[in-house]
Design a protein around this ligand. Structure first.
Ligand SMILES: Nc1nc2c(ncn2[C@@H]2O[C@H](COP(=O)(O)OP(=O)(O)OP(=O)(O)O)[C@@H](O)[C@H]2O)c(=O)[nH]1
Length: 573
């Protein structure tokens, strides 16, 4: 697998690992952040909703308490049959009616069970007495139940079937100076308006509800869940908050939170929160206890609606883009600074291995690979230089060897191989140009005897001298050589018959004369032949040899020229 494939594979692996890790980290982090944020929002929302409810009720409760403390009303409650007390009380009640927000009130007297009421339309002016509360009637049970409980203040969502109204009732017990309960006063708030103002807030993802001390739902956007007349219902028949949750664990969780808040009533403003599922969606439930009214305020936050995870997707997009750009840049850097230089270096190495020093332009980034490429380039140049030097030396040596192979080491003349080549060249040239050339075959006379008499070394000296005289006797462009032993050959080109004869004679005479000067005179015989175009090497040598033979046979120290077609011409000394 190539380095490039491996790096690309590595990059792909890194992308997958980084993406998976980022996705997990994102999920954990976003979940954690959303939870933390949700808890804080729930706390703020609970306090805000509680404040709104209390703000809305505070004034009414205050007025109701004030009404319950009215001495006029208390006196009347103790003696309800006295007309003067009643007239004063009705006046007082009507003045409170104009102050209550709902412009309605009720007063119930324990003494005779009489229930008084007037509404905003003042429908019951002069006729505030409505009916007599009956302990046996379920609809009236609330009155007797509250008196029995002795709770001074109570909020109650209750339909008044006789009056045909459903209201959030503020009930305050009326006590005389001996603390005896003498009646109950209060006002009602229109439930629909109240629910709209407090509970039906138009905020997507936020659900607010209020439950009483026992967990019975009192204010909720869905009226079907409201536990009307909760106070008179036995436990187990109430619409408690756990009805909103399907999962038993959620029910337990919420009831547990209510219990913890009940157990610590002094922790004012403390908010309990936990996750629950409502309508199949995960919600964060925040619960606070409102000691002023004895209710719990519950806020359910649908975090997916309030802060959809899709809002965080741009973060992922930014991350992934950054990741891809980073990996792209990384790949670019790897490619330009590592892969490409390595590939060009590899090509260069292959070229050098194949014997070529024409290197491609090497990438040399400023790193180890760049330095390696630089070293390689210098090494290649150095190798190229050495190789060229070596090649030159080898060529020179080969030339020298070639030359030596054609030189006779004793005389320095061409040897038989050298003469063969010259002869061949001349044969070719003669064929091409149609002109002949001459050849002389020379053999020292009685050389054996010289050797025998004077010794082999003296024989060598004579051979060397003959070579010198031979060179001096021929033209600069002729080719004298030693054929072997005491035989010499001269190739004469260009040449004609007279020239051939003339030079042969000159050589013979030179050797004769010079030989005399050595103190041990000697001569040589010469056989010549004027070659014609088309003559083969064998024929040429045969004719020259034949001419030499004639010269020897003719008495030595003479020149004999052989003609191919003519009679041989013998030149004698
Ligand atoms: N000193 C010496 N002698 C050589 C060399 N090569 C050959 N010889 C001798 O040269 C002699 C050649 O003799 P031949 O050419 O056969 O006979 P010749 O004595 O010259 O008689 P003719 O040629 O008939 O005149 C032999 O005795 C060889 O041993 C050499 O390099 N040095």
């Amino acid at each position: 697998m190539s380095l490039k494939t491996r790096i690309l594979g590595l990059l792909a692996g890194l992308i997958i690992i980084a993406s998976a890790a980022s996705w997990l980290a994102y999920r954990e982090l976003s979940e954690h952040l959303i939870e933390r944020w949700g808890e804080q929002v729930a706390e703020i929302q609970v306090r805000y909703d509680s404040a709104r409810l209390l703000q809305s009720l505070e004034r009414e409760i205050g007025l109701a308490r004030q009404m319950a403390r009215s001495s006029t009303l208390i006196s009347w409650a103790k003696a309800p049959d006295r007309p003067i007390f009643k007239a004063n009380a009705i006046r007082q009640m009507e003045s409170f009616r104009s102050n209550f927000r709902d412009n309605s009130y009720f007063v119930a007297l324990r003494e005779n069970g009489h229930y008084y009421y007037n509404n905003a339309a003042n429908d019951f002016a002069g006729n505030q007495f409505q009916y007599v509360l009956d302990p046996k009637k379920p609809d009236d049970a609330w009155f007797f139940h509250l008196i029995e409980e002795g709770r001074d203040f109570h909020l109650n969502v209750n339909p008044d079937t006789e009056l045909g109204v459903t209201k959030l009732w503020i009930d305050v017990l009326m006590r005389d100076e001996t603390d005896r309960i003498v009646g109950m006063v209060g006002t009602g708030l229109n439930l629909d308006t109240f629910l709209q103002d407090i509970v039906d807030i138009d905020q997507d993802g936020i659900t607010t509800l209020f439950v009483d001390y026992n967990g019975a739902i009192q204010l909720y956007r869905d009226r079907n869940y409201i536990d009307f007349a909760s106070i008179i219902k036995p436990e187990g028949q109430k619409n408690t908050v756990d009805l909103l949750f399907e999962d038993p664990e959620d029910k337990e969780r919420v009831l547990g939170m209510l219990q913890r808040l009940k157990d610590n009533p002094n922790q004012t403003g403390h908010v309990e929160s936990d996750f629950v599922t409502v309508d199949g969606r995960r919600h964060l439930a925040g619960i606070a206890f409102l000691p002023a009214i004895g209710w719990f305020e519950i806020t359910l936050l649908d975090l997916n609606t309030l802060l959809p995870k899709s809002h965080l997707w741009p973060l992922i997009a930014v991350f992934l883009t950054t990741l891809l750009v980073t990996l792209g840049l990384f790949h670019l850097v790897i490619r330009t600074r590592i892969l490409k230089p390595i590939v060009t270096l590899e090509h260069a190495v292959e070229k050098v291995r194949a014997g070529s020093f024409e290197l491609p332009k090497l990438d040399k980034p400023n790193n180890e690979i760049g330095r390696l490429a630089d070293h390689f380039e210098k090494m290649a140049y150095s190798l190229q230089h050495s190789t060229r030097e070596l090649e030159e030396k080898v060529a020179a040596r080969t030339d020298e060897l070639s030359r030596l192979a054609r030189i006779d080491p004793l005389t320095g003349l061409k040897n038989r191989r050298g003469l063969d080549e010259i002869l061949e060249d001349e044969i070719q040239r003669a064929r091409r140009q149609g002109s002949g050339f001459g050849i002389l075959w020379l053999d020292i006379d009685h050389f054996k005897a010289i050797n025998d008499e004077l010794g082999h070394q003296a024989g060598d000296d004579i051979l060397c001298r003959v070579a010198l005289w031979l060179k001096a006797s021929v033209r600069p462009y002729d080719h004298p050589g030693r054929w072997g032993g005491d035989e010499f050959v001269v190739v004469l080109s260009p040449c004609d018959h007279p020239t051939l004869k003339q030079i042969a004679e000159r050589i013979r005479q030179s050797v004769e004369q010079e030989g005399k000067k050595t103190g041990s005179p000697f001569t040589l015989s010469v056989g010549g032949y004027l070659c014609n175009p088309g003559d083969t090497g064998d024929r040429i040598l045969r004719y020259a040899d034949r001419a030499l033979y004639r010269a020897k046979a003719g008495g030595r120290n003479r020149v004999c020229i052989e003609r191919r077609d003519d009679e041989s011409v013998l030149t004698e000394n």
